[in-house]
Design a protein around this ligand. Structure first.
Ligand code: ADP
Length: 215
């Protein structure tokens, strides 16, 4: 199963990807997480990526395509995977089509999670992530907050608040989504693999809609 989750920042892509991973036993590939791991090094490229992300801009297509190419060729991707945060530009989508054609594979579902900007932006301030397992929490939401204040339920270590999760950077990320990523909705709609999902309610409701389509 080859799934793409397409949505503005903080619409629930990462949360839904984590649920699908457990349910269908296929890995989640989050370009955001892959990039955040890459920025832990001290070299010039890592510093450049970190600065781009903190400004709410998109990292270059070349870097992202290389990252994805390596990741989807790993063993655990043989039965499929969930893409969370890729593709984010038409160029990435075209390159990804080429990559899949080379290995005689195809995309099964593209879920576009629609959400009002004001709702997504209000979720941003409460988002927290475990630096070890990348599990996503939201301290402002009853069904997404950690059991112990600011500790990961599983790893028992302190949750992190992403530097780019603030109102000002959110505005830039949202604009980057509108300009660069939203055109992909039309791109995949034309291929008849796009499904619209209402992401305004909560994580269970988003998942219910997606599961109904897959099953
Ligand atoms: P969100 O979906 O909430 O915006 P992500 O963790 O997916 O958060 O992405 C964080 C940042 O990583 C983006 O703002 C961007 O700078 C970078 N990034 C992630 N995926 C891509 C991509 N496919 N192309 C370009 N930049 C990306």
């Amino acid at each position: 199963m080859n799934i793409i989750l397409l949505a503005p920042p903080a619409a629930g892509k990462g949360t839904e990807a984590q649920i699908l991973t457990h349910e269908y036993s296929i890995p989640q590939i989050s370009t955001g997480d892959l990039l955040r791991s890459a920025t832990k090094k001290e070299d010039a490229l890592s510093k450049e990526i970190k600065s781009i992300m903190e400004q709410g801009k998109l990292v270059s297509d070349e870097i992202i395509i290389e990252l994805i190419k390596n990741r989807i060729n790993e063993d655990d991707c043989k039965n499929g995977y969930i893409l969370d945060g890729f593709p984010r530009t038409i160029k990435q989508a075209e390159k990804y089509d080429e990559m899949l054609a080379e290995i005689d594979n195809k995309i099964d579902y593209v879920f576009a999670i629609d959400i009002d900007k004001s709702i997504a932006s209000s979720r941003i301030t409460g988002r927290r992530t475990c630096p070890n397992c990348n599990r996503i929490y939201n301290v402002n939401s009853d069904n997404l907050k950690p059991k112990n204040k600011n500790l990961c339920d599983d790893c028992k270590i302190e949750l992190k608040h992403r530097k780019d999760d603030n109102a000002e950077t959110y505005e830039k990320r949202y604009n980057a989504y509108l300009e660069e990523t939203a055109p992909l909705i039309d791109y995949y709609d034309k291929k008849k693999i796009l499904y619209h999902i209402d992401g305004n309610i909560n994580k269970d409701n988003t998942h219910k809609q997606i599961k109904e389509i897959i099953d």
